[in-house]
Write a protein that binds this ligand. Structure first.
Ligand SMILES: NC(=O)NC(NC(N)=O)C(=O)[O-]
Ligand SMILES: [Zn+2]
Ligand SMILES: [Zn+2]
Length: 471
């Protein structure tokens, strides 16, 4: 099996993860990037080209991961992370589509021109497919519909300082203006849901500290809970699909449950780091664990896993938010001044698989949470996130029993700082295929394949993640 441009490809496996909870022997036939047929009987009658086609044997054959929360900081902060390194890491991790966040790049994706600039960079250097979130910031409400018409997947806003000055957070008044523009479109608004709380409710201010608890106490659950109350209120008032990114506070789950019970088209994600790490794990000065909202204690993590199992949390993503090593202030170990953001996109599949098995969750939970639903959120579930005829031929072949140990030499992110360094996980990606092209195979990348830009059709009604919502 060669790496390179092929118009057609067949993938055979004994354990192909198909929709409706089926794992069975099958041959997937891909032509011109699209799945043409999935053969589940008379497999030896299907024509086979030993040199071109792929036999996965006992490895799992699964839809490629759709990671809907990735910060590729190009243009403008490509030194933090760019499309080449971010999407090589994606391919090495079985991620076949990323949805790129509108911030940390300069310019941020808050205007049509900035969107076009971002697309030109992505087109030049991506190994996997890329869709895009736009940004809602104060006074850009009239930029939103032009970006929707140009194919943006949806929008992201912050209710607290975003970490970068050129992407200011919004107020409730700004949200009303944005909601008026989004109402009636097929778009979605994502929220970084933390808000400032009254001084009387805050921990004593700490300017610099190597103690994780000082940072943790500076971003209490109440900041998330208050923000999520506002998101729920706006979602119910406008009935515009809203999505809470990187939930960390399990205390906010009743607020989300109640809003959905009232018919709010409200969804929520959590991230690998909230499921695999907890505050008790963070070493003194361990600023590579810093992210916002913060990784909380073990008891909080237990509730997040339960919410995943009972459907209160809809999906799991990376929130891959890298920076240069210098900005993590690892020498000083200063949690209060270090950059908040964790690099993990290459390891999401293995992180989730390792944790899920201990939780009694399995393959179909992984596909639902990391492929199907993230594709629905981004409005691309008609072509991404599951193995079915007519879908893009995006496939990851991986060994669920093999282990990987995360070391700098096998990290393809631009920078190698990650809280997962040295960790041994189960689940090893062998081959990643994007629209029928092998882009990654056991450490080797295709240098001929280029990822596509995934444009969202503004007229297409996206598959609902909250079927009981009253729009
Ligand atoms: N500007 C950022 O990348 N912020 C990100 N930082 C994190 N999560 O710590 C985020 O997702 O909010
Ligand atoms: Zn955020
Ligand atoms: Zn983020």
């Amino acid at each position: 099996m060669s790496i390179g441009r092929m118009s057609s490809l067949r993938v055979r496996g004994q354990k192909v993860v198909l929709p409706e909870g089926v794992v069975a022997p099958a041959i997937i036939e891909i032509k011109d990037g699209v799945i043409q047929a999935i053969h589940r009987s008379d497999l030896d009658q299907v024509p086979w080209n030993q040199d071109r086609d792929i036999d996965a044997g006992q490895n799992l054959v699964m839809p490629g991961v759709v990671d809907s929360h990735v910060h590729v900081n190009e243009p403008g902060r490509t030194l933090w992370e760019g499309y080449r390194t971010a999407t090589r890491a994606a391919a090495a991790g079985g991620v076949t589509t990323i949805v790129d966040m509108p911030l940390n790049s300069i310019p941020p994706t808050t205007t049509l021109n900035a969107f076009h600039e971002k697309m030109s960079h992505a087109k030049a250097s991506s190994y996997v497919d890329v869709a895009f979130w736009g940004g809602v910031v104060p006074q850009n409400q009239f930029d939103l519909r032009p970006m929707i018409q140009a194919g943006i997947a949806g929008f992201k806003c912050f209710l607290i300082h975003s970490g970068v000055d050129e992407f200011p957070h919004v107020t409730e008044e700004d949200l009303h203006e944005a909601m008026k523009q989004l109402k009636g479109t097929n778009s979605v608004l994502l929220f970084h849901a933390e808000m400032e709380i009254p001084i009387s409710e805050q921990a004593p201010e700490v300017d610099t500290s190597a103690e994780y608890n000082d940072f943790l106490n500076s971003r209490p659950k109440q900041m998330e809970n208050k923000a999520i109350e506002l998101v729920a209120k706006m979602c119910l008032q406008y009935r515009v699909p809203c999505h809470i990114v990187h939930l960390s506070s399990a205390d906010a789950l009743p607020i989300i449950r109640d809003a959905r019970r009232q018919g709010a088209p409200l969804t929520v994600e959590t991230c690998h780091h909230y499921l695999s790490l907890n505050a008790e794990d963070v070493p003194q000065g361990g600023t590579h664990f810093k992210c916002c909202p913060p990784i909380r204690d073990k008891n909080n993590q237990v509730v997040l896993w339960e919410a995943l199992k009972n459907g209160d949390i809809d999906m799991v993503v990376s929130d891959h938010s890298p920076c240069t090593p210098e900005l993590k202030l690892l020498e000083q170990g200063d949690f209060m001044k270090a950059w908040g953001g964790i690099s993990s996109m290459q390891f999401g599949l293995s992180l989730f698989w390792t944790g899920a098995q201990q939780q009694g969750m399995g393959l179909h939970d992984m596909v639902r949470l990391m492929c199907e639903r993230t594709a629905k959120l981004a409005g691309v579930s008609h072509r991404k996130g599951s193995l079915a005829v007519g879908m893009d031929g995006d496939i990851v072949i991986w060994d669920p029993d093999a282990c990987i140990t995360i070391q700098p030499e096998n990290i393809h992110h631009r920078h190698k700082v990650t809280p997962y360094s040295g960790l041994t996980l189960k689940g090893a990606v062998q081959v990643t295929i994007v629209r029928g092209q092998v882009v990654y195979k056991q450490g080797t990348f295709s240098e001929t394949h280029k990822g596509s830009l995934i444009m969202c059709d503004p007229s297409r009604k996206r598959e609902s993640l909250t079927p009981n919502a009253h729009l």
